[in-house]
Design a protein around this ligand. Structure first.
Ligand SMILES: [Zn+2]
Ligand SMILES: [Zn+2]
Length: 140
């Protein structure tokens, strides 16, 4: 088990993990694209009980039952939570102190990806949520 640490740009929000990630994947959904102002974002799925927080998160409900946590001072996105996965928090991997520790295994919501994010990393590309759907046979 590797302890992962991360935080926001200004340092007011910090997080630390104490258990292994449940999954690690890139999300290409429209909501993530707009929330992060990036072509896609990369998540570390964790049990809520395995993450310790420092600082006070601001939150935004980007969809019903969804909460995106961010730093109210610098605006950095740090987590995603949904009623769909009530036991989980999804950390934004780009907030890792050491991004080299990230180990993605798939792309999810590939059906919503932007064409100018032309990715050839060999990972499976699932049209919706990874593991819940077969890979998209038309994905490059
Ligand atoms: Zn901050
Ligand atoms: Zn997403």
């Amino acid at each position: 088990m590797t302890e992962l640490t991360g935080g926001c740009l200004c340092g007011a929000i910090r997080w630390k993990t104490t258990g292994d990630p449940l999954w690690q994947a890139h999300c290409h959904c429209t909501s993530c694209r707009r929330a992060t102002a990036s072509p896609f974002t990369s998540f570390i799925g964790m049990r809520k009980t395995d993450v310790t927080w420092t600082g006070t998160l601001a939150t935004f409900a980007s969809s019903p039952g969804v909460s995106r946590g961010f730093c109210g001072t610098c605006g950095t996105q740090v987590h995603f939570e949904s009623d769909r996965w009530p036991e989980e928090t999804h950390l934004y991997a780009a907030s890792l102190d050491n991004p080299a520790l990230y180990r993605p295994t798939a792309h999810v919501n590939w059906a919503e990806h932007v064409d100018w994010a032309d990715l050839h990393d060999g990972l499976p590309k699932y049209p919706s949520m990874g593991g819940l759907s077969p890979p998209d046979p038309d994905a490059p």
